[in-house]
Design a protein. Structure first.
Length: 268
């Protein structure tokens, strides 16, 4: 147990985002095209999608739920800008976290970017995804209230296999948006878990992650407000379990910021 909790080094993470000059030269000889509309990409910022397609990837805008972060269907575009809780959040028992925030729906170029980022080893997509998260944070969150930014950890076996933790790369990108926060990696995944989206129901997903996360005994988050970072929050069991471990270590409040939220009304 103790050895499991020791911080794993991230041997390749410092090298995975290539030098921008290398990208520029590469683009001259090996032009890149927007994966959505096919237009030639002229900037190196994204490398996969043109600014227009990227900007029009469905955002989450006010009004959205002040607990799960999901947009309120039918309210957008009618001048309603106050956020309020959705019906399921009002009804269900409150989770260990307080709020989930996300700038985008898991749809269009953002969804494709996350798939490439995570499963096809394209870590430079951390930058444009992180930029969307930071812009949203400036607009919708009280950034100065957070003491620590904590990536949802991967188990060390999966980390070794993938070479990087996508949540850690996103956390590193958005850290400058939170003036009083430090990047903290003491939260550990102490046993491997199965991929949540492949499990049949809520019960199986909750059982899959229960007790999967822990903070080393010497680490205290006493009275701290912390922000957990993940790429996608699908059903919330994973972040709820992380929040439980952080609350057990003393955290006063745990919020979540993720790159995208799948709609609860369509593809679940
Ligand atoms: Zn495009
Ligand atoms: Zn809600």
């Amino acid at each position: 147990m103790q050895t499991d909790l020791q911080a794993e080094p991230h041997p390749t993470e410092n090298q995975v985002i290539p030098n921008p000059w290398v990208q520029t030269l590469k683009n001259i000889f090996l032009p890149e095209f927007c994966l959505q509309c096919g237009v030639r990409l002229l900037t190196e910022e994204n490398g996969f999608f043109c600014p227009t397609c990227w900007e029009f990837s469905p955002p989450i805008e006010r009004p959205f739920c002040i607990q799960c972060g999901q947009p309120h269907q039918g309210e957008v575009g009618f001048g309603e800008t106050r956020n309020f809780p959705c019906a399921p959040c009002r009804k269900n028992k409150p989770p260990a976290y307080t709020r989930i925030y996300s700038p985008a729906r898991f749809d269009g170029p953002v969804a494709e970017a996350i798939r490439l980022f995570k499963f096809n080893g394209k870590p430079r997509l951390a930058r444009p995804l992180g930029e969307r998260m930071a812009a949203f944070a400036h607009q919708e969150m009280e950034c100065e209230t957070y003491d620590a930014i904590i990536p949802v950890p991967l188990h060390k076996i999966r980390l070794r296999h993938r070479g990087f933790n996508q949540a850690h790369l996103l956390a590193r990108e958005i850290l400058p948006a939170f003036p009083n926060a430090i990047l903290d990696e003491s939260l550990q995944r102490i046993r491997p878990t199965r991929v949540q989206s492949r499990l049949a129901d809520e019960k199986a997903r909750a059982a899959n992650v229960v007790g999967a996360f822990a903070v080393p005994r010497e680490q205290s988050f006493d009275t701290k407000t912390v922000l957990l970072i993940d790429d996608v929050v699908t059903t919330g069991e994973t972040v709820a379990e992380c929040a439980t471990a952080l609350r057990r270590a003393g955290a006063q409040r745990v919020d979540i910021l993720c790159a995208a939220l799948p709609s609860l009304y369509s593809t679940k």
